[in-house]
Design a protein around this ligand. Structure first.
Ligand code: 5HY
Length: 245
């Protein structure tokens, strides 16, 4: 299968880290293409960044009609519903995928994300996905997204310290890493803390492969029905869909 991973921010080095994490778990025969838009925020931290990352992300998907599935590699599941409306093939968000995996392994999990500004949107997703009774807390380790890329930063130590607090205070039985940029830290942190630490990129790749292998596609009955053809004006004119789409 051809699986496209879209990093909705515009930081190519982060897209490379995400692509490597995806290829590390992909099945034989899964071709991974990791891409990011050229325009939009360098990182997504909060609602404002999120909104400006979505048009570029959707354009990257629309430019790849031959892809068998898509993964949105931002833990906020940026524009997930819009992408599922636009695309016929499965679209998996790394946030939702990681939370599903966590509930298969533990009665209670904690999400450890980057900055406090990201927490409300993630708490909203926890409720939206029906995991409010399984997620003890969404915590921020106060490491900016792009600091995850800096080998000299103390990012890993700060994430590890937050995991220790989650075990002690939330009675967390599993940890969900709340940023795509943490993808390469899961195995080491799991070994260090003796519990499952779940990376959403890997979880989403395996779920996308499963949906494809089962021949399952997004329902076009109801909320994810294709966007209706209509006029889009100004700089978004090209976002309009037609009956040929
Ligand atoms: C992410 N931001 O996974 C989110 C994490 C966050 O640019 N990639 C980003 O902090 O919301």
């Amino acid at each position: 299968m051809h699986l496209t991973i879209v990093n909705p921010n515009t930081t190519a080095s982060m897209t490379r880290t995400i692509g490597e994490a995806a290829r590390a778990v992909a099945a034989a025969g899964t071709v991974i293409e990791a891409v990011n838009p050229d325009h939009g925020p360098a990182s997504i931290e909060g609602y404002y960044d999120e909104v400006y990352s979505i048009p570029g992300m959707l354009e990257e998907m629309r430019a790849r009609p031959a892809s068998d599935a898509f993964v949105i590699a931002c833990f906020d599941d940026t524009g997930l519903d819009a992408a599922r409306s636009l695309m016929a093939v499965p679209v998996v968000g790394i946030g939702e995928a990681a939370m599903h995996m966590a509930t298969l392994l533990a009665t209670k999990f904690t999400v450890v994300t980057t900055l406090a500004v990201s927490v409300p949107a993630l708490e909203h997703n926890v409720h939206k996905y029906g995991f409010a009774h399984r997620c003890g807390r969404v915590r921020a380790c106060e490491v900016p997204v792009l600091e995850l890329e800096n080998p000299a930063s103390d990012a890993r130590a700060r994430i590890s310290a937050e995991i220790a607090r989650a075990k002690a205070e939330d009675r967390a039985e599993a940890i969900v890493l709340g940023c795509a940029g943490m993808a390469d830290l899961a195995a080491a942190l799991s070994a260090e803390h003796g519990l499952p630490v779940i990376d959403g990129v890997a979880a989403a790749v395996k779920l996308a492969e499963s949906l494809h292998a089962l021949g399952l596609r997004t329902s076009k009955v109801g909320g994810y029905a294709p966007p209706r053809p209509k006029t889009y004006r100004g700089r978004f004119a090209s976002a309009a869909v037609s009956t040929d789409d």
